[in-house]
Design a protein around this ligand. Structure first.
Ligand code: GLY
Ligand code: MN
Ligand code: MN
Length: 439
């Protein structure tokens, strides 16, 4: 834990707020059934500002007035509780948490409702993620009414209620050095998981056996969880974009598409590789694979400051559209394929998204009507693909080929750094790794 990094993030948010109070609750625990819970994952905004991973916690930021009062960051969290700690494990408690996580003050979560009334009083602005959680909306409304009830004593409730996500989303778009280090490591671990999958894949195995290898490598190297449900899609299943059943047998001659990444201390990795189940690409598979790889190269070259978020997509689509014509998947001219968007029959998703605490991370994609300009510190995926469902007008050799190649890119001052580059992706490198594992 780097306390300074978290302090710096809170200071930045405080400065952007101007005047007022921000309230950022973490996520509630979710029941799976009876008294069993889903594995707990803190809310990304609360985690971003605190590094604190326990449930039942709230970050409160109070901007200074520029004169008498200084900005303050406060944590509400669970009390120490010997009985509960025997059953459920360690709790920081407010005093130790304030110290360990660098907050100016910390209080018991049991004091929250009363304290919120006190802390909101006479603040001009309330920053809060309105509508994110109905139970919290009600709780905050109660606190506001608690302040309003004291109007005759001269106390004023915040007049303006603003969405804190506008400030935090813009902030989260640019990764700090601490985040970049974590994401590089998450990318390395995830790459090793993909290599492990390539090594062990054989015809006759089941998709879930390969999924188990990915999970093994994520956890073995310290990732707490997969960053999203792994897609392990053999053969035609690769043409289902969000395939997660992962329960089919792997067939000799088919491809295997794996979209999987680990989450490390809250940060996601998002990698896709597609490789031949028997270790050797067929001629048709080779043609489509090289096309997608060329599209990814074009998109990577377009990922640089000065270009917009849309430019890598545009670059990938041009390469893919021309390739679809060359392979006789489509007829007509490049202009007509682009204009009519007929390439969408085989490439129907976008080429990337922001990446960070969330796999589809926070951050706007446009400024007004214009696509956001890329700038150093942004992290995004670059993930072109081609998915060919069987049809009478499509050459049979291409039927059921589904390919995606996805890497994670950090925008640098001169271009981008592919932080998942160590994961093999040329035809030669994939075939070599798989051949070596079969000796
Ligand atoms: N794994 C989710 C995505 O690639 O967007
Ligand atoms: Mn992705
Ligand atoms: Mn992905």
């Amino acid at each position: 834990m780097n306390i300074q990094a978290f302090r710096h993030r809170r200071d930045t948010t405080l400065a952007r707020m101007g005047a007022g109070i921000a309230i950022i609750p973490t996520a509630p625990e979710q029941t799976r059934n009876r008294d069993a819970h889903f594995p707990y994952r803190a809310d990304s905004y609360a985690l971003y500002l605190s590094g604190f991973t326990e449930p039942e916690a709230v970050v409160v930021l109070i901007a200074g007035d520029g004169k008498q009062t200084q900005p303050q960051s406060i944590l509400f969290c669970r009390d120490k509780d010997e009985e509960r700690e025997i059953w459920d494990g360690f709790r920081w408690g407010p005093a130790a948490a304030a110290e360990a996580f660098g907050f100016d003050a910390a209080y018991s979560i049991s004091e929250l409702d009363a304290k919120l009334i006190e802390l909101m009083t006479n603040q001009p602005n309330l920053y809060y993620a309105i509508g994110h959680d109905a139970a919290w909306d009600t709780r905050i409304t109660h606190a506001l009414n608690g302040v309003r009830a004291q109007a005759r004593a001269g106390k004023r409730a915040p007049e303006n209620i603003r969405d804190i996500r506008s400030i935090l989303d813009a902030q989260r778009l640019f990764k700090d050095a601490f985040e970049i280090d974590l994401m590089r490591r998450a990318g390395e671990i995830s790459g090793e998981a993909h290599k492990r999958a390539m090594r062990v894949t054989r015809p006759g195995k089941y998709e879930y056996e390969i999924e188990a290898e990915l999970l093994h490598e994520f956890r073995r190297q310290g990732c707490q969880a997969p960053a999203y449900t792994s897609i392990v899609a053999g053969g035609k299943n690769a043409c289902v974009l969000h395939y997660v059943e992962n329960n089919q047998k792997l067939n000799d001659g088919d491809l295997l598409l794996i979209d999987a990444g680990g989450e490390l201390d809250g940060y996601a990795s998002d990698i896709t590789r597609t490789f031949p189940i028997n270790g050797r690409f067929s001629s048709a598979q080779r043609d489509v694979y090289q096309l997608v790889l060329n599209a990814q190269d074009a998109a990577i070259a377009a990922t640089r400051p000065g270009n917009t978020f849309h430019d890598p997509h545009d670059a990938a689509v041009k390469v893919l559209a021309q390739g679809m014509l060359d392979l006789k998947l489509l007829q007509g001219s490049l202009d007509s394929v682009l204009e009519q968007e007929s390439y969408k029959r085989f490439y129907m998703h976008r080429t990337g998204h922001w990446l960070g605490l969330d796999v589809h991370d926070a951050g706007d994609y446009k400024d007004g009507e214009d696509w956001k300009k890329l700038a150093p510190g942004m992290m995004l995926t670059i993930e072109p693909g081609c998915y060919i469902r069987p049809a009478d007008d499509v050459p049979v050799a291409f039927h059921n080929i589904g390919i995606r190649i996805e890497d994670d890119a950090l925008v640098t001052p001169t271009g981008c750094d592919i932080i998942t580059e160590a994961t093999p992706k040329t035809i030669a490198d994939i075939e070599a790794l798989m051949a070596e594992a079969r000796q």
